[in-house]
Write a protein that binds this ligand. Sequence first.
Ligand code: CP
Ligand code: NVA
Length: 347
Amino acid sequence: MSGAIPRRNRICGKEEMDLKGRDFLKLLDFSAEEIVYLLDLAAELKEKKKQGVLVDSLKGKNVVLIFEKTSTRTRCAFEVAAHDLGMGTTYLDPSGSQIGKKESIADTAEVLSGMFEGIEYRGYGQEIVEELARHSRVPVWNGLTNEFHPTQMLADALTIREHFGRLEGIRLTYLGDARYNTGNSLMVLCAKLGMHFTACTSAKYFPEGELVKQCEELAAASGGSITLTEDVDAGTRGADVVCTDVWVSMGEPDEIWAERIEDLKGYQVNKRVMENAGPQAVFMHCLPAFHDLKTKIGAEVGKKFGITEMEVTDEVFASEQSLVFQEAENRMHTIKAVMAATLGWSR
Ligand code: CP
Ligand code: NVA
């Protein structure tokens, strides 16, 4: 919808960052100050939720949630957050709309802008959500594309800040497929906020060169750093946060499992990795995770390849060091902050 011109105004006597009308498509579009503002707002909204304080000043507005890929957390987070803010929601599932099949993205944006105050989109290429936003008259929020998962990053950052009390200087190591949405986005988050990012994986799965270069420049300015390494010992030693994600993402073909397991099995997050990181280290994962055989795909893949766990062992997933469920809850509080800020919520 909007050009990214940061503005400030005063609401209720408090100085506020004015993000009204802005899209939320990727963290690269936001300054560190704006990202921290969204985290502060999320923390405030979380506290209000815990105290049972209503925040429904967006009553009368409606948002549409387009999911061309499946979801548990992101969909539920958008729905609960919208309802808490007083808004109505319409969910369009991967097969239940005309989008892309009988109607162009531009026409869809025009139609939905006439009925809704905001549009969430989860799908394939980043260019699709960017196109939707170009043609939309209301804010568009990226609920995950192949390249980026920006709402996940706010939840991750809030969780890290809650645990360590700060973000600056935190050492975050990502193991696994670092060239997809989660790995890319964590690298951008760290680069923006003065954190030290390490992609620890086979070189085939390092983030794409141009994005690395851009993040190195951002990190040089923020006091953070970017490291790419294939060495698990060096890459995880002293890490404060050890992160991973599924080895095969939504939309990728099933045939790729064999190659991924072969390439990435050495980069599993297990007890040895967490011990090498140190006692301060926490484990994070955007979820869903293949940490046992209690899922249909997990059981099928496990049987076919003779493994019981994939990107993370059950031991680490269930350990005291694991923040995964706090991270999942924070999806809701941070998504609420994004909608509140871009739709002009007031206290
Ligand atoms: N982390 C995340 O985006 O989860 P869902 O796919 O369940 O939305
Ligand atoms: N990389 C994963 C993230 C899921 C939240 C995927 O795209 O499937």
